[in-house]
Design a protein around this ligand. Structure first.
Ligand SMILES: [Zn+2]
Length: 152
């Protein structure tokens, strides 16, 4: 919590207090509002850090030019030009769009992983690993259900 507050404060600056938002996110809704807005699968991933079953997202096979956006608040997250086939069964990218995501260290499940969430609504998207392709060497392993695709 402390780290999240610190990061959010860094990014949003004084706007955190002005917005009266404890977490510093621009888009906030109650749990009930999110539940009504999202599909059950998207709600589980975005709001409760669930993980979709691999090889189930239609976005795995999305190869058109366009942008992958947050299913919760519609913020653009990844350009199709940074998508690659990781073979993991989850849509994977080597770089997010500028100011699209926030990354928080996650020590659950006896591993140190880095959680990736939407910068604007705090929705959980997936994790980032350091075994990705060039040029960044990063692999953003995303839950497809947490995103929508907009054709360019
Ligand atoms: Zn969002």
């Amino acid at each position: 919590m402390q780290r999240r507050g610190f990061l959010a404060g860094l990014m949003a600056g004084g706007a955190v207090c002005a917005a009266g938002n404890a977490f510093g996110y621009e888009v906030t809704k109650s749990d009930a509002e999110w539940k009504a807005l999202l599909s059950p699968a998207a709600y589980d991933v975005l709001r409760h850090e669930g993980t979709e079953a691999p090889f189930t997202s239609p976005l795995n096979n999305e190869h058109r030019k366009g942008v992958f956006a947050c299913a919760g608040c519609k913020l653009d997250l990844f350009d199709s030009g940074t998508k690659f086939d990781s073979g993991t069964g989850w849509p994977s990218f080597w770089k997010p769009l500028p100011k699209a995501v926030e990354e928080i260290s996650d020590r659950s499940l006896f591993m140190v992983r880095t959680k990736v969430s939407c910068r604007r609504c705090g929705g959980h998207l997936g994790h980032v690993f350091d075994d990705g392709p060039k040029p960044t060497g990063l692999r953003y392993c995303m839950n497809g259900v947490a995103m929508t695709f907009k054709v360019a």
